[in-house]
Design a protein around this ligand. Structure first.
Ligand SMILES: *Cc1c(COP(=O)(O)O)cnc(C)c1O
Length: 369
């Protein structure tokens, strides 16, 4: 039995008829960009999030950089972000010419809020919180710090659709929540798509104008914007998926509860959930000191895994110009060497999960453990 780390085809098959009906409906409508599907999705997603506005965009990266752009954050400004994130979080900052200031993660793989204050300078303009792997970050101290130092607060919710902290949705704690609907995300489209949510009328309007060449009225361009529109087909398909998001999250949660209960190998450190936080289990990420050996062992048994992420942004070639060397962020770098995402997807069968658990529990057996 071959088991892949993710199976997007299963998520499609679960609601195949609904997706196909919607796709045909949009194709036959004759209207493909910025129409009723986008409007309806924006309303439905804003309502789901408990936010006043949602503006659909072309990708999660666009949501991030356009967020900082409309907040006026750019050259000479610093933005605080966790070191162990997907590189797009950092690009959202640097595309605007601003400088990322990295903070080490805590034991929940999210920003260590106790290490933020020491990084705040006169140039600090914002904190970018990433709710990595689907678990909400420690928002209480982050919100307090943003207030105390008058900083903007932006959330990268590309992995946290529906995750809460103290009962409040991620994406609604600060100025802007940025979402990706890349196909593998918990709320995935069938191509690239993204959005921002906000409670601020002006921010929503600015993003709406920016995504469409900076024009509010056709051919009347107020700013040099971008073409970052969510298309009708993706919006329609997202509406179908959004209607099932709660049951999809429930299914992932019960798969992960089983992993938590049944993986008992002392060589494998299971994910922990912070008090007050919920996770929507974008990934099930274990830590293992013998990670690379474990990957090889699982490969031999035809179980695929992924590392999220093997090279931390500060050590990537793209960010050599920041001048950071190995050893600059020891915890982030250690995590890059020991994290591993094991197979997890909607539609995972009991048999598939049995096999993954069995193999994980047998790893390193016979070594006197
Ligand atoms: C996927 C992802 C993004 C980027 O989203 P795209 O839609 O692929 O541009 C940004 N941040 C995080 C944490 C992500 O996982």
């Amino acid at each position: 039995m071959k088991i892949m780390p993710n199976r997007m085809d299963r998520g499609f098959e679960m609601y195949q008829q609904e997706f196909e009906d919607k796709a045909l409906q949009v194709l036959r409508s004759g209207w493909y960009v910025l129409g009723n599907e986008v409007k309806s999705f924006e309303n439905e997603f804003a309502q789901y999030e408990g936010a006043k506005h949602c503006v659909g965009l072309a990708s999660g990266l666009d949501a991030l950089w356009i967020a900082f752009r409309v907040l006026g954050i750019g050259k000479g400004d610093e933005v605080i972000v966790q070191g162990n994130t997907y590189i797009a979080s950092v690009m959202g900052i640097t595309i605007n010419g601003a400088t990322p200031i990295f903070v080490e993660p805590d034991e929940y793989n999210n920003i260590d809020a106790s290490k933020i204050e020491e990084k705040i300078t006169d140039r600090t303009k914002a904190i970018l919180v990433v709710h990595l792997y689907g678990q909400a970050s420690n928002m209480k101290p982050v919100v307090e710090l943003a207030k105390k130092y008058d900083l903007r607060l932006v959330e990268d919710c590309a992995q946290s659709h529906g995750a809460c902290f103290d009962g409040k949705m991620t994406g609604t704690f600060g100025d802007i929540g940025c979402f990706s609907f890349y196909p593998s995300k918990n709320l995935g489209a069938f191509g690239d798509a993204g959005a921002i949510v906000t409670n601020d009328d002006k921010i929503a309007q600015d993003v709406r104008i920016f995504r469409n060449y900076g024009s509010e009225k056709r051919y009347h361009n107020k700013v040099v914007g971008a073409n970052s529109r969510l298309d009708e087909l993706q919006a329609g398909l997202l509406r179908v998926r959004l209607g099932h998001l709660e049951e999809l999250t429930k299914e992932k949660t019960s798969l992960c509860e089983r992993y938590l209960k049944e993986i008992t190998n002392p060589l494998i450190h299971l994910p922990k959930i912070r008090e007050g936080a919920t996770t929507v289990w974008h990934q099930f990420v274990i830590h293992c000191e013998r990670r690379d050996e474990l990957i090889q062992y699982l490969n031999e048994r035809e179980i695929g895994t992924i590392i999220h992420y093997p090279i931390p942004p500060h050590l990537s070639e793209a960010y050599q110009y920041l001048g950071m060397k190995e050893g600059a962020l020891p915890i982030t770098e250690q995590y890059a060497k020991e994290v591993l995402s094991i197979p997890l997807y909607n539609g995972m069968t009991e048999e598939e999960q049995d096999f993954v658990i069995k193999c994980l529990n047998e790893f390193g057996k016979g070594e006197g453990l």
